[in-house]
Design a protein around this ligand. Structure first.
Ligand code: HPA
Length: 249
């Protein structure tokens, strides 16, 4: 049976409406996850929830223990992961308030613990990452969005930068030339670790600001949070629709 885990990003600290039945803080071969993983029911359907930045502590993107997070979710029975990421908009139309289900990514991160392949298995583990997001889970998200009347972009390239600083205007121009539509800091190595572990993984990006050099004002956390508060409510609707469609009895 498929079991869903949600990884919440900036602005999605709790899943409102989640009836929490247990909280788990498992030890993993990589240490502890960002925060206790909540096990609960949303609209009567069981799921797991993890806030990747921790809470109330705010773990920056480059210090998140992505390996422990995914390992722990799998150990608790997750088969499918929907990750929520706040992003900046690069391509035309990727304006604050837009929801995006990306179908591709480009990884600009460096120095993160990015694999569970420790070289001790006696075989090379070259996962196929041609399609970084699970096509079935993406299709389920898009169908749920369509059914619930939630507009969202159905394809986009998600560029993932190292952070925690924001990008320069020239970096964003280069990313645009590379084909990136949105930019965030937490999409990798989360997506490839999920693939290494055999988890179905898809991502919902919430555009919270125009990327560097594309807006009228400097990017601020307040600007992001105002949009996030509005978008998080829409994402919750999307998750409820997905749960009913795909994980209901
Ligand atoms: N750049 C990188 N990450 C982000 C941004 C951005 O503009 N906005 C939200 N996360």
């Amino acid at each position: 049976m498929n079991r869903l885990a949600i990884i919440g990003g900036t602005g999605v600290d709790e899943l409102e409406g989640l009836d929490i039945v247990a909280a788990h803080m498992p030890e993993t071969p990589y240490g502890q996850p960002s925060r206790a993983i909540q096990e609960g029911r949303l609209g009567g359907i069981g799921l797991l929830f993890l806030q990747r930045h921790g809470s109330p502590a705010m773990i920056p993107p480059h210090l998140i223990n992505y390996r422990a997070n995914l390992w722990a979710l799998q150990a608790l029975g997750a088969t499918d992961i929907v990750a929520i990421n706040a992003v900046g908009g690069i391509a035309a139309g990727m304006l604050p308030g837009r929801l995006v289900i990306p179908d591709q990514l480009i990884d600009y991160t460096w120095g993160r613990e990015h694999t569970v392949d420790d070289g001790n298995e006696g075989a090379l583990r070259h996962i196929d990452f041609t399609e970084p997001y699970d096509p079935v889970l993406r299709a389920a998200l898009l169908a749920a969005a369509a059914g619930a009347g939630i507009p969202c972009a159905s394809s986009a390239v998600h560029g993932v930068t190292q952070g925690p600083r924001l990008e320069t205007a020239a970096e964003i121009q280069r990313m645009a030339r590379d084909g990136c539509d949105v930019v965030g800091m937490t999409g990798m190595p989360e997506a490839s670790l999920a693939r290494e572990l055999g988890l179905a993984y898809a991502c919902v990006c919430m555009v919270v600001n125009p990327a560097a050099g594309l807006g009228q004002e400097p990017i601020s956390l307040q600007m992001m949070r105002a949009t996030l508060a509005r978008e998080a409510a829409v994402v919750r609707m999307l998750l409820r629709a997905l749960l009913q469609d795909r994980y209901g009895a």
